[in-house]
Write a protein that binds this ligand. Sequence first.
Ligand code: BG6
Length: 477
Amino acid sequence: MSKYTFPAGFLWGGAIAANQTEGAYREDGKGLTTVDLIPAGPQRWPVMGGKLDAFEPQLGLMYPSHEAIGFYHRYKEDIALFAEMGFKALRVSVSWTRIFPNGNDTEPNEPGLEFYDHLFDELLKYGIQPVVTIAHFDVPVHLVQTYGSWRSRKLVGLFERYAITLFTRYKDKVKYWMTFNEINMLLHLPFVGAGLVFSEGEDKRQIQYQAAHHQLVASALAVKACHELIPDAQIGCMLAAGSTYPYVCNPEDVWDAMNKDRESFFFIDVQSRGAYPGYAKRFFKDNGITVEMEQGDEELLKHNTVDYIGFSYYASRTASTDPEVLGRMTSGNVFGSVDNPYLQKSAWGWTIDPLGFRITANQLYDRYQKPLFVVENGLGAADEPGPGGEVADDYRIDYLQRHIAAMGEAIEDGVEIIGYTSWGPIDLVSASTGEMKKRYGYIYVDKDNAGNGTLQRSRKKSFHWYKQVIASNGGNL
Ligand code: BG6
């Protein structure tokens, strides 16, 4: 028995995203979305960083989102497996271009709306709460091409209309919403986070912060609409979290670590506290950044703050100002961090730090005093089925056990946490690398990096473990 007491009604489950699971990228009227242009292989990182050569898929390249794991056609089978594990919640995202194929169409695409009706109905049939992200690394390509994506104010109104369409259609089915997945990602992978493409010589930072403002305003408008249209729903923000440690106690390192955290907190400070923080204004001034606001923006941000703080936690980060230490950066993770000598790493170079999870949760709760929702956490690993066909993923069980225990500690510390949806309960396409090989699931999917495989699903050892964690409400870790 574990010593942790998770609240009654705790939302145990898993989290997936449309572009990493659904596939069917042109079916039933779906339009092209940004991720449909992100290939596997060496061209991947330049595109994610905002260097795009063409607004359509290129011959000879492989695009993992086009088929993904075929969830669009197999969702019933997959949901039955989630139900078998006892899921109370499944976090999914809606694909913007299934609803508005071009982003600015006059009418929504009915087959796209129907797909999510069926998906939510299937979840509710098993008593699984849908937790819905409105934009998970997803911008209609037509809007990138026509307006330059989120650099344009035009996107604000289009996103608002998209959000209102979802709230109106699904108001009786969905009670947990999130606006933008990992909103701070736009500073790190601007094409992934905000569909930003740069021309030679442009001031990237200026464009990123203007795009950030547009997303923040769009998020506040979505919060406003959600509260008006579905008064009994909750709508949150979503931060790619992970506290930054100073490498040593030199105040220079401490200050640097604080500023690294603020780079991310900036977004949530606006979404949750309702105003641009002083440190951001100072940063803009020092760096010659001008964020254009329209009259009424500040009022809107102030009065439409989120109900809960959704966040992903995979790793802590470490900051240093020592040039020698800076030569030892971790690889793999999109958030720059120097190697922390106290911690081990995953096969993809992501730091493993369960206590960092407790620290992060405490820090977020101290700062915002709003319920937290852990909407991603997990271990990406290259699982291999054993002779009997089952993946014995004890390393994943160990990772999750230690992280769930850390979450239990945070709850004992007084942190209010409403749920835990681990990332990729079924193997899916990796957002950063585009691989299938980087697996997070309790359910194995037979598909490799080259796209070979039957897509058949099978239970891993962790499937049975997570099932009894949920059945015991965290009592049996
Ligand atoms: C988060 C994203 O960044 O981390 C997910 O919200 C992503 O979309 C997850 O898949 C894990 O990252 P990766 O690169 O291992 O897939």
